[in-house]
Design a protein around this ligand. Structure first.
Ligand SMILES: [Cu+2]
Length: 547
């Protein structure tokens, strides 16, 4: 996304006052918002099948589902779970026919695994999927040859500090009828982790099919804050889809059967917890929402009715030092946001969660708070109605502690007529030898030099990091071997980016710097853009932590 497109997005966010706009205007605004994001250089071919139009559906007729919560409580070390991937058939909306999806559970919404730091967890991931894929595989992509099984899975626990062999290396896939046991130490601070498919070249399709879920990791620092819990702590998992008139998922293709890959796309149907534009009943009190952007390539620009303020208390890798008061949130693929929303002044009202100018979720605020106790009496009895002024100590890593600075260019390659064909990091493909070899227990600065017109959410496995700054530079001069010429001052991260991160938004024509301490385990890991279409072709590289 170029600065221009970003500006358009911000203007559209400001238009959220038009939340009750008629459907035609809402459609226009959302399409403008989508065009502002996508800037697609290679539009997908027009679908060959009739498509459903999201704007013809009646909104807010389905209650937002909540995932089944699995809370391993045995005293065994480690706790053990078995999670099975399977095909499911689900209703995305009252008026949409039944949709085929894949899931990590019996319903479309994968189980929420609720665990405490310091208690290791062993999960057996079982692949019980069909042997044929139902979405268009691009056999020309790395690791997607016609000579290997069509359905392959690999599970990555995103945000987890895990030994390399349990991290879900993209080439370590397994097929229907097989399983993998992963031992997760969970020796890290409280945060929202998420599990999703990472199979080489296929994860954009497997994730789109539905293979993702959330894991909430707690610790004593978080427990002591007495944040809203039980039924007052609610996961919100975002995705977007395209649907045919018979209710089936459509993953767009380029129209070239030999190279169906598309560089990115946006689905008109925005799903929260697996439902299209659902409603959710709340009480007039403080709630904690755990947000996850599980969309392939969609960025969300979120706000509430009348620009009602809310507080962000945590990000990808856990709690912020202090709450950040916001009226809008730019939310990139794979990012997590921990939000507090206070409905106490909105008794009896309907408050909407808005993306751009389009309402995607309706909170129906009851006239009165419930007096009954929740399923977690000890914690829910205390009526949590205040926002803690401080959350967790976060020491900023001094730049002087970095022993080296690595440079990573973000590159896009186009064909003669401007179609995007390939995306690379440092002009290298996935399969080229490892070039990034940080030493265990050392600190490095990584700077992402974005030479493309897109905003890329960059993710590193294993580690957490802090954002140092972003700075506009002269792309033309850089590409003509004249080195880095900055044309603006460094922009420091916003207050809600000052915590620990594992995804960083790298805007076009900017150099984004992060500081990383490589802690945990030696071994082979990877870093990549989390726009899943970019990652597959071939914006993903290994790194190896050297002991
Ligand atoms: Cu990207």
């Amino acid at each position: 996304m170029s600065p221009t497109r970003r500006t358009i997005l911000q203007q559209l966010s400001a238009l959220s006052a038009l939340a009750s706009a008629p459907a035609a205007l809402a459609q226009h605004l959302m399409q403008a918002h989508d065009q502002a994001q996508s800037g697609m250089s290679m539009p997908a071919a027009p679908p060959a099948v009739p498509m459903l139009n999201a704007f013809n559906l009646v909104p807010f007729v389905d209650e937002m589902p909540l995932p089944q919560r699995i809370k391993p409580t045995s005293t065994a070390q480690p706790n053990k779970l078995r999670v099975t991937m399977r095909e499911v058939h689900v209703k995305l909306h009252r008026d949409i026919p039944i949709t085929r999806q894949w899931s990590y559970g019996e319903t479309a919404l994968a189980p929420l695994i609720d665990v405490h730091a310091g208690h290791p967890l062993s999960i057996e991931w079982v692949n019980s999927l069909p042997t044929r894929h139902f979405l268009p595989i691009d056999h020309s992509l790395h690791g997607c040859g016609r000579d290997i099984p069509e359905v392959r899975t690999c599970v990555h626990l995103h945000g987890g500090k895990n030994p390399s062999k349990y991290d879900g290396y993209p080439e370590d896939w397994f097929v229907p009828g097989q399983s993998r046991i992963c031992n997760y130490p969970l020796q890290q601070e409280a945060t929202a982790l998420w599990y999703h498919d990472h199979a080489m070249g296929l994860n954009r399709l497997n994730t789109y099919a539905g293979l993702f879920g959330m894991m909430l990791l707690r610790d004593s620092v978080e427990d002591a804050l007495n944040l809203p819990s039980g039924k007052y702590e609610v996961p919100l998992i975002f995705s977007d889809r395209q649907l045919t008139t018979d209710g089936q998922l459509l993953y767009p293709d380029s129209g070239d059967p030999e190279h169906p890959w598309v560089p990115e796309f946006l689905g008109g149907f925005i799903l929260i917890n697996g439902k299209v534009r659902p409603y959710f009943d709340v009480e007039p009190r403080l709630y904690r929402f755990r947000l996850l952007n599980a969309a392939n390539s969609r960025f969300f620009a979120l706000s509430l009715t009348n620009n009602m303020p809310f507080h962000q208390i945590g990000t990808d890798q856990g709690l912020l030092a202090a709450p950040a008061k916001l009226t809008s949130l730019d939310f990139a693929p794979a990012e997590r946001a921990d939000l507090l929303i206070d409905f106490s002044q909105a008794a009896g009202q309907h408050i909407h969660l808005i993306n751009g100018a389009f309402e995607i979720l309706e909170f129906r605020v009851a006239a009165k708070a419930s007096t009954s106790q929740s399923s977690q009496p000890q914690r829910a009895v205390a009526h949590v109605d205040s926002i803690p002024p401080t959350l967790r100590t976060i020491n900023r890593i001094p730049e002087s502690s970095a022993i080296t600075t690595r440079t990573v260019t973000l590159n896009e390659y186009r064909d003669k007529i401007g179609n995007s064909m390939l995306m690379l990091l440092n002009r290298r493909h996935w399969h080229e030898p490892v070039t990034e070899t940080p030493r265990l227990n050392t600190t490095e600065i990584w700077e992402f030099i974005n030479l493309t017109e897109d905003l890329h959410p960059m993710h590193l496995h294993l580690v957490r990091f802090q954002i140092l700054d972003r700075r506009v530079f002269d792309v033309f001069a850089y590409q003509n071997n004249q080195g880095v010429h900055y044309v603006g001052p460094p922009v420091l991260p916003a207050p809600n980016e000052l915590g620990w991160k594992d995804v960083v938004q790298c805007p076009a024509a900017m150099i984004t710097r992060i500081i990383v301490r490589f802690e945990g385990y030696p071994g082979k890991y990877l870093y990549h853009c989390h726009i899943l279409e970019h990652e597959a072709n071939d914006m993903m590289r290994p790194f190896e932590v050297i002991a």
